[in-house]
Design a binder for this molecule. Structure first.
Ligand SMILES: Cc1cc2nc3c(=O)[nH]c(=O)nc-3n(C[C@H](O)[C@H](O)[C@H](O)COP(=O)(O)OP(=O)(O)OC[C@H]3O[C@@H](n4cnc5c(N)ncnc54)[C@H](O)[C@@H]3O)c2cc1C
Ligand code: SF4
Ligand code: SF4
Ligand code: SF4
Length: 355
């Protein structure tokens, strides 16, 4: 390779070395080309600084093929449009990463209770008219339905996680129809994408209401479960879902507390009950959220908060200032844990092996 790009590729190699891993072409071949998700764009072939790759048409389609000596510089893997690689493509535009916990943690809070505490603060201060959260259906225990919370007490009563899809838009549209304009909405990344469209796209109703906004609290998510499958699984284990007091998923385990004690299973055991929609989902941390919230990256009793927008930053700072949450920056090694979960989810989407 000769020309101005020669020096630039050398700079990129140094950057990759310092900031992340460098993968050889074999990894690209295994994960993207052999798995059939290559879009035949040629970015790998054309950016190889040692011209080790050729676009081979002998099979009738363009197949990037190793025809020289790969130095494992990592440039082809890093520039392929189908790899989820560095933090910006994995997690989106993270402005800063924190662990936080509520100063007065709500009894039912899932992790650090930071989501509930920040929402309560926003309601108390008049920053929002309503928070759209979830509550258990009156007919079916642990089936989430939308709840319009207008007081800190109502938000507190809705704390904790429910691991099935939640139709939260019913609450959003009802709140708007009732005249609320300033909303905060909690949801998994799939739902946050809908709210994002409703607020930012020309076809979105929130965009068309003067002065309306929907502040997005995205929950980290790798999957949710179909309600009938989850409840049947529990029943087969001798547990009635009505007796469950708490669900939690952490470290690859599903844990429950119920009136008869505690139980846990590997999440793999529940795989057949996961929602089919989740197989198509590759956004772990709600890239379109204002604040992304999860537990990975923080120790027990804390909530990880990724501040994704200026609006999210302001809300977070306000909650710290009001002393409703305490917060500390997350260390780089902990952010890598979040990267890894996001990579695992993206890799699953392609049915690739995770790194
Ligand atoms: C389906 C699902 C999967 C998750 N997977 C992961 C994961 O893999 N890794 C990880 O780190 N974190 C995951 N989380 C996020 C985690 O469980 C906590 O919600 C997060 O850490 C915030 O904790 P907190 O104590 O601050 O929240 P809390 O203060 O307890 O507040 C949680 C808020 O979320 C709302 N809520 C609960 N369930 C739903 C739902 N289904 N849809 C919309 N809103 C809901 C509640 O109403 C409440 O307002 C998941 C959450 C869900 C709902
Ligand atoms: S030398 Fe670098 S760009 Fe070329 S094939 Fe190997 S890893 Fe890819
Ligand atoms: S960069 Fe990725 S998608 Fe493009 S040709 Fe190479 S392997 Fe295929
Ligand atoms: S994995 Fe994706 S589609 Fe499934 S609940 Fe989570 S965010 Fe929604």
């Amino acid at each position: 390779m000769t020309g101005p790009l020669e020096d630039i590729y050398s700079e990129i190699q140094d950057w990759l070395k310092e900031n992340t891993k460098r993968f050889a072409f074999k990894k690209l071949e295994r994960e993207i080309i052999a798995s059939g998700v290559c879009v035949e764009c040629g970015a790998c072939v054309e950016n190889c600084p040692v011209d080790a790759l050729t676009g081979d048409y002998s099979s009738g389609k363009y197949v990037p093929t190793l025809t020289g000596k790969c130095t494992a510089c990592g440039i082809c893997y890093a520039n392929c449009p189908r790899t989820y690689f560095y933090r910006d493509t994995l997690l989106g535009n993270v402005r800063s990463a924190w662990k936080a916990r509520a100063v007065n943690r709500s009894k039912g809070a899932q992790d650090g209770g930071a989501v509930t505490a920040i929402l309560s603060n926003m309601l108390d201060s008049g920053r929002i008219d309503a928070a759209i959260v979830v509550q258990s259906s009156p007919d079916k225990a642990w089936m989430p339905i939308a709840k319009i919370a207008k007081t800190a007490k109502e938000v507190n009563e809705a704390s904790g996680s429910m691991y099935t899809h939640a139709p939260i838009m019913q609450g959003v549209v009802q709140a708007l129809n009732e005249g609320s304009k300033k909303l905060a909405v909690v949801g998994t990344s799939c739902n946050i994408d809908a709210i994002y469209k409703m607020e930012t796209s020309s076809s979105g109703p929130i965009k068309r209401i003067k002065g309306a906004e929907a502040i997005r609290f995205g929950l980290f998510c790798t999957k949710s479960y179909d309600y009938p499958g989850l409840t049947k699984f529990l029943l087969d284990q001798g547990i009635d879902v009505r007796d469950v007091k708490r669900f939690a998923i952490s470290g690859g385990m599903m844990m429950i507390e119920h009136s008869g004690g505690e139980a846990e299973w590997k999440v793999g055991e529940l795989e057949e009950f996961s929602s089919s929609s989740c197989a198509y989902c590759h956004d772990m941390n709600s890239k379109n959220a204002d604040i992304s919230c999860g537990n990975v990256g923080s120790e027990e009793g804390w909530t990880t908060l990724l501040l994704m927008t200026e609006r999210g930053e302001k809300i977070f700072k306000q909650a710290v200032k009001a002393k409703v949450i305490e917060a500390e920056p997350i260390e780089e090694k902990d952010i890598r844990e979040i990267d890894n979960l996001a990579r695992f989810k993206a890799a699953r989407w392609y049915k690739m092996k995770s790194h």
